[in-house]
Design a binder for this molecule. Structure first.
Ligand code: FES
Ligand code: FES
Length: 151
């Protein structure tokens, strides 16, 4: 059994598959999405010890003893993370397929860069594709959340 921390709780998994498949199929966390399966789209990203990483190619075995946080672990409906609130307020997204990965990457980024400029944010999000073309709203939402988190 592979033991690790998932959204703050101790969990165990038999392994033998990617972290993304375990999260979606066995832990029923549908935030992280399967896009390309090849680290090329960003849809599957989760936080591993606070760093945003693709879960599609990461074996469950690689997270043994470590802390994994998915979109679901960032906030709740009653107490959403400022990013989750800002994405709703800016209506940042169309289909939403890319947003879970983008939000966890933005959360990691803002922890390191609480006062980002748009250029730094664009670089940080480069690995995240949005087929709906919502990039401008997404950037607005993240900058809004950064302002709120500083206030
Ligand atoms: S599904 Fe993992 S990067 Fe595309
Ligand atoms: S909102 Fe549809 S892929 Fe980004």
């Amino acid at each position: 059994m592979i033991r690790f921390t998932l959204n703050g709780a101790a969990v165990a998994h038999p392994g033998g598959m990617s972290l993304l498949h375990a999260l979606r199929g066995d832990f029923l966390l549908n935030g992280p999405r399967f896009g390309c399966g090849a680290e090329a789209c960003g849809a599957c990203h989760v936080l591993l010890e606070g760093r945003s990483v693709p879960a599609c190619t990461l074996p469950v075995e690689a997270v043994a003893g470590r802390a994994v946080t998915t979109l679901e672990g960032l906030g709740t409906r009653a107490a959403p993370h400022p990013l989750q609130r800002a994405f709703l307020e800016e209506q940042a997204g169309q289909c939403g397929f890319c947003l879970s990965g983008i939000i966890v990457t933005a959360a990691a980024f803002l922890r390191e860069n609480p006062t980002p400029d748009e250029e730094a944010l664009r670089v940080a999000l480069e690995g995240h594709l949005c087929r709906c073309g919502s990039h401008n709203r997404i950037l607005r939402a993240i900058l809004r959340a950064a302002r709120e988190m500083r206030a």
